[in-house]
Design a protein around this ligand. Structure first.
Ligand code: TYM
Length: 331
C-alpha cells in the first residue's frame, strides 16, 4: 500500500479537466492505497480572492469531491489551511530552494506572462508549497494531470536536497501517477491548449454546469470550415473536440464522426450538439449530488473536521521528525 497525496485549488467549480486529470483517479485510488486528498486553498491565495469567494469556492470543491465519489471513510479529505504543519515544512523547503530554479519553473514563467501586474512571492514559491503538501505525508504517488509534471520533479529535488543536506533518508521520491498511463491533458473549447478556468470564458465545462449552459458553451466551441481532402490531418481545435468525444461519448459516436470527418462530410454543428448531450449525460449524476451536498452543511462540517484531525495526525508526525533532524530539539 502506497501513500497518496493530491489536491485541487478552489478557484471556482471543478471542470472536466480536473475530473479526468485528477479527481477520477482519486476515487479509484482510495480503494487500494492510503490516500490524502485536499483542497489547496493556500495556493489559491496567489490570485487574491475575496473572503466570500474563497469560502464559497472551498465549499463548492468539497461538495464536488464528495459528489465525484471520494469516500471520507476511505480517504482522508481535508482543507489545506486546516493543517498548518504544511506551512512549517514550506518554510523549511524555502530555506533550501534557489531563486534561480524557482524562476525557471514553467508555470511561474507563464504567470509572469499572463499576469505581469501580480507577480507575487507566493507564485514564485508555489513549488515549495506543493512539495510541502506532498511530503508532509511522505507520499510516494501523486495523481495529477500533465501540467503538474514539473512540479513533481521539483518536489523530488527539494526532498532529495533535504535528505542530502542532513544525511538522512527521510523523504521518499514521489511520482506523478495515472495507472501506468501517460498523464492526461484535457483540451478546452477555445481551440487551443488545455481546459482551465483561467483560459477564458467558456473554455471549461464544469461538473456543476446546467444542461443549457453546456449546450451554449459547446455551440461556441471553436471549429473551422471543415476538411477538404479525405483523411486529412485534423487541426488542433478539431482534434480537441475529438479528444473530448473520446472521454464522454460512446465508441460508436466517435467512430461515426471520425468517418464523417475522413469522408469530408462532417457537420461540426452536429458533432458539437452530440458532444453537448454526451457531456450533459456524463455530468448529470455529479450535478444532482453536488446540489444535495451543498445544502447539507452539517455533513460538510463533519467531513472537513474529521479529515482535518486525520491529516494533522499524519502531518504532526512528519514535522516532529523534521524538526529533530534540522536540530530544533527541546532541552
Ligand atoms: P489545479 O487546481 O490547477 O488542478 C487540479 C488538478 O487537475 C488537473 N488538471 C487537468 N488535468 C488534465 N487536463 C486539464 N485540462 C487539467 N486542468 C487541471 C491538474 O493537473 C491537477 O492535478 N498545483 C496544483 C494543486 C496542488 C497539488 C498539490 C496537486 C497543490 N498542491 C500537491 C498535487 C499535490 C494545481 O494547481 O492544480
Amino acid at each position: 500500500m502506497e501513500t497518496v497525496v493530491s489536491g485541487i485549488r478552489p478557484t471556482g467549480h471543478l471542470h472536466l479537466g480536473n475530473y479526468f486529470g485528477a479527481l477520477r483517479n482519486f476515487t479509484k485510488m482510495q480503494h487500494e492505497h492510503h490516500c490524502f486528498f485536499f483542497i489547496a486553498d493556500y495556493h489559491s491565495l496567489t490570485t487574491h480572492p475575496t473572503p466570500e469567494d474563497l469560502h464559497g469556492n472551498i465549499k463548492n470543491v468539497l461538495a464536488e469531491y464528495l459528489a465525484a465519489g471520494i469516500d471520507p471513510e476511505k480517504a482522508t479529505l481535508y482543507i489545506q489551511s486546516d493543517v498548518p504543519e504544511t506551512i512549517e515544512l514550506y518554510l523549511f523547503f524555502n530555506m533550501n530552494a534557489y531563486i534561480g530554479e524557482l524562476e525557471r519553473c514553467t508555470s511561474f514563467k507563464e504567470k509572469i506572462r499572463k499576469q505581469p501586474a501580480n507577480v507575487n512571492a507566493g507564485l514564485l514559491t508555489y513549488p515549495t508549497l506543493m512539495a510541502a503538501d506532498i511530503l508532509i505525508h511522505r507520499a510516494t504517488k501523486v495523481p495529477v494531470g500533465k501540467d503538474q509534471e514539473q512540479h513533481l520533479e521539483m518536489t523530488r529535488t527539494f526532498g532529495n536536497r533535504f535528505n542530502r543536506m542532513y544525511g538522512v533518508d527521510f523523504f521518499p521520491e514521489p511520482q506523478a501517477f495515472n495507472f501506468g498511463e501517460e498523464l492526461v491533458k484535457v483540451p478546452g473549447l477555445n481551440g487551443s491548449g488545455k481546459m482551465g478556468k483561467s483560459e477564458g470564458e467558456g473554455n471549461a465545462v464544469f461538473l456543476a454546469d446546467e444542461p443549457e449552459v453546456i449546450r451554449k458553451k459547446l455551440m461556441r466551441a471553436v471549429t473551422d470550415s471543415g476538411p477538404v481532402e479525405p483523411h486529412q490531418v485534423k487541426p488542433e481545435a478539431i482534434e480537441n473536440l475529438f479528444d473530448l468525444l473520446k472521454l464522454v461519448s460512446k465508441k460508436d459516436t466517435l467512430d461515426y464522426f471520425e468517418d464523417q470527418y475522413n469522408q469530408c462530410s462532417i457537420r461540426y454543428g452536429d458533432l458539437k450538439k452530440q458532444l453537448a448531450e454526451d457531456m450533459i449525460l456524463f455530468t448529470a449524476p455529479f450535478r444532482d449530488r453536488i446540489k444535495s451536498l451543498l445544502s447539507d452543511d452539517a455533513y460538510l462540517k463533519k467531513v472537513s473536521s474529521e479529515g482535518r484531525d486525520k491529516a494533522r495526525e499524519s502531518a504532526a508526525k512528519t514535522i516532529a521528525e523534521v524538526r529533530n533532524i534540522i536540530g530544533f530539539k527541546s532541552f
